[in-house]
Design a protein around this ligand. Structure first.
Ligand SMILES: [Zn+2]
Length: 419
């Protein structure tokens, strides 16, 4: 889907600008006019961390005229493995200060606007309103939902990225044109269910892979060329070195951008994410794991009805399995756990498709269309991610086993072992 240029061309380029941006100007899709749009553009980068680092540097090199950066954090030695906008001499300095210096060293023709603060419900609208596009490199869910909702209210496109260990996701949310983040991720994951890069680790260079896609999308939006990632969710696995593109759709029942929105102003996002009292939406380094639980997209059918991932209890599943054994019903039960876990305890009749197969996009093709699918894991967290990815891929009857195999043992067959 082509989208008109977001930004009008600025003044004629100077001789210095023509020389610097010659390799862009040579591209028919950018040219002098596109470069003038870039020079006139205002892009806000939320977080000068893992994703923000490459993003800031390439936005600067590309000649984006005004680059805002939001962060209240200081550089830590453990950041340097991936946050390449900072160096060893910057440890202890504000990330915005360090990032602004690096950007100026790359390209003094661009202006950096520092926002040395945490983005909150109180300040987000005022800050974001000054920009044409927002590039979200936040590392936490409250900030992601805050940025999304603020972008919806302001009508801004929102280039979002997320990384964890070896996996990354990236998309462009743009309410009114395609889905917003909440259309696809309506519910935040339980706060204790989601490890962050601080606890789970992250491959440093993954930041460059995802952050550079975010910049490419921002540039495309500004100059109005190509097919932006609106309505598509890119899922990257750097271990397999695969990129999969999932179609995602706007949800007419989305609480923010749907037909009858229930969220009409910014709310308390820490409370929404179930972490009252937690530190405020920090906009900094590496992103936490992409919580795809409850992916909510249309079914991919001609009716395009909105679809929400369902939930079944262990006792409901037992009844479903008994009915399937009698030939009264048909559905697939899929176990997304590790082989060793399945050897400890399994639910009879489950077939194994590892979570990685869902993340890589290979799983949907292994499951017949038109037959309900129930996914399960140990406690229901990993299977919620798998269910979300399956729904995003167009399977229209997907449920998650609440509580996982542990609930099965507790409620259905206590003779089985647990782990
Ligand atoms: Zn929405």
């Amino acid at each position: 889907m082509a989208i008109p240029p977001l930004v009008a061309p600025g003044p004629e380029l100077t001789v210095e600008q023509r020389a610097r941006y010659a390799r862009h100007i040579l591209l028919p899709q950018i040219g002098l006019e596109g470069q003038r749009r870039l020079a006139n553009a205002r892009v806000l980068v939320v977080g000068a961390g893992g994703l923000g680092s490459p993003a800031l540097m390439y936005l600067a090199a590309a000649g984006v005229g005004t680059i805002g950066v939001v962060d209240d954090d200081v550089v830590d030695a453990s950041n340097l493995q991936r946050q390449v906008v900072h160096g060893i001499a910057d440890v202890g300095r504000l990330k915005t200060e360090s990032a602004a210096e690096t950007v100026a060293a790359i390209n003094p023709l661009v202006t950096v606007v520092r926002h040395d603060l945490r983005l909150t419900s109180e300040n987000a609208l005022e800050i974001l309103a000054d920009y044409d596009v927002v590039l979200d490199g936040a590392d936490n869910f409250p900030t992601r939902y805050l940025v999304n909702d603020a972008c919806v209210f302001l009508g801004l496109p929102h280039v979002w990225g997320s990384i964890y260990r070896f996996d990354g996701q990236v998309s462009v949310w743009f309410a009114g044109v395609g889905p917003c983040y909440r259309c696809v991720f309506p519910d935040p994951p339980p706060p204790d269910a989601v490890p962050s890069c601080a606890t789970g680790g992250v491959l440093g260079v993954l930041c460059a892979a995802i952050g550079s896609v975010q910049v490419a999308e921002a540039v495309k939006l500004i100059v109005g060329q190509g097919e932006p990632l609106v309505g598509r969710l890119l899922v990257h696995d750097s271990l397999r070195q695969t990129w999969d593109s999932l179609t995602v759709r706007a949800n007419p029942e989305c609480p923010v951008c749907g037909e009858s929105p229930t969220v009409t102003s910014l709310v308390d996002y820490e409370q929404f994410c179930g972490m009252p009292g937690a530190s405020a939406g920090t906009a900094s380094p590496e992103t936490a794991v992409a919580g795809t639980n409850g992916v909510d997209t249309s079914a991919g059918s001609s009716t395009q009805r909105p679809y929400r991932v369902g939930e079944v209890s262990a006792t409901e599943l037992a009844a479903m399995l008994a009915a399937r054994d009698r030939g009264d019903t048909e559905f697939e039960l899929v176990d997304v756990r590790e082989p060793g876990e399945r050897e400890v305890v399994s639910i009879p009749g489950a077939r194994a498709i590892h979570l990685d197969e869902f993340r890589s996009g290979a799983a949907p093709a292994q499951l017949p269309r038109g037959i309900p699918v129930v996914v399960m894991c140990k406690s229901g967290v990993r299977s919620a991610e798998a269910a979300g990815l399956l729904a995003a891929a167009g399977h229209d009857d997907v449920s998650n086993l609440a509580g996982g195999v542990l609930a099965w043992v507790h409620d259905v067959d206590p003779s089985l072992p647990t782990y």
